[in-house]
Ligand binder design. Sequence first.
Ligand SMILES: *Cc1c(COP(=O)(O)O)cnc(C)c1O
Length: 409
Amino acid sequence: MYFNTSLLHGKNTAQYADGATLVPVSQSNAFCCQSMEDLERVFSHKKPGFAYSRIGNPTVAAFEQRISELEGGIGAVATSSGMAAVSHTLLSLLVPGDEIIAAGCLYGGTIGLFDDLERLGIHTHFVSRLDEESIRAAVSSRTRCVFGEVIANPALSVLDIRAAARAAHTAGLPLIVDNTTATPFLCRPLSLGADIVIHSASKYIVGSGDAISGVVVDGGSFSWDRAHLPALAGFEKFGKLAFLMRLRTDIHENLGGCLSPMNAFLGTLGLETLGLRMERICENAARLAEALKGAGIPVNYPALDESPCRDLCREQFRGLGGGILTFRTGSAESARKVINRLRYACIASNIGDIRTLVLLPSTTIFLKNTDRQKADAGVFEDTVRVSVGIENAEDLIEDFLTALEACQE
Ligand SMILES: *Cc1c(COP(=O)(O)O)cnc(C)c1O
C-alpha cells in the first residue's frame, strides 16, 4: 500500500459500530462496566477496556493506533498538546541530576521547557550538531537521552537521523526526535534509527489548525530494560514496553495532559488527508522559495540547491523540503511592512495550516528566548517565517513578490 492509500485503508481503519466510516467520538468521562470485578480488571490492566477518559478513551486510542501504525511504532500516547508530548516524554525518562544532549536549534517552547527542567535539576547540553563527535564530547555518566528536531522550526536545519541514532546508540542513549515539521509523509524516523518520535499534532496532522494536540510514539527498538535509567525503576519488568508503561501509567496519567476525544477525532480526520496536503504544501513551498530566490531575496528552504541540507533532503525526504521557509528583508521594519502588505498570508502564530501563515519569530514565538538562542535557531530581527498553505502557488508567489517589491521602493 502506498502512503495515501494506507491512510484510508491501513490497519485500524473503518472497523466502527454501525459501519460508520469515521471513528465515533466517545464524548464520555467514564465507562460503565458489567460488574465490579470487570472494573477491577480494567484498572489492573488485566482486561482491555476503558475506565476514565484521562487514563484512556476509545477515540483517543483510535488516534494513537493510527499514528503509531503510520510511524511504525509499537504504541503511542496522545497528549493535550505538542508541549505535553515533549514534557511527558522527558519527565518519564529523567530524574533530578540527569542530563540531556540536545541540538542547539529547536522550537522556542522546547528550549523554554529545557529551562524549566534546569530548575528541577535536569541539565541540557546544547550541541550544534547531533553527531558522534559532539555527543562524545557532551556525554557524562548522567546523560539519559539525545533530543533533536527532524526539521528544526524555524532554523530549518535537517537532522541526519541515521548519524544521530548511531551516535546516541554508541553512547547507550535513546534518540528522541520531534517530527512535527517533517511529518510521516516526508520521513519515518523510527525506520532510520530513532527510538521515540514526538509530534505536535496541532500542526500538519490536524491540518486545518482546529485542535491543539500531541502524540508520542515508541519504536520498540531501544532496550529500556538494559538502559538502567533511574526514572524507569520498577518498569524494567515490562521489557521493551518499559518507557510506554512509565509514560502512560505514571507521568501522563498523573500530570493529566490527556487529549480530548473531540480533538482525537479531529486528529484522525486530519491524518486521512495528510499525504494530499503535504504533496501540495511541499510543492508550493518549493515554488515560492525558488521565486523568492529568483527575486534576489535571501531565502532559507532546505530543499533548495544552495541549502547545506539539500543532500539530506534527498536522502531522507525524497528531495522534498517540507512546508516552511524563511526569508530576510534587511531590517525588522521592512519585514513588518512586507508582512502587513500580504493579501493571502494570515499573520498568525502557527504552522501546518492549509492557509499560508506568516510571522516575525524574533518578537513573537522567540520573545522569551535569549539572543544566543535566537541566533542558534536562525532567528534574526528581519527573519520572516512562512508556513506555506494549499492555495494556488501562482497567487502566493504574486502576493509575496508584490509585497517585497513595494517595500523595496
Ligand atoms: C508547535 C510545536 C511544538 C509544540 O506543540 P503545541 O501543540 O503547540 O504544544 C513542538 N515542537 C515543534 C517543532 C512545534 O512546531
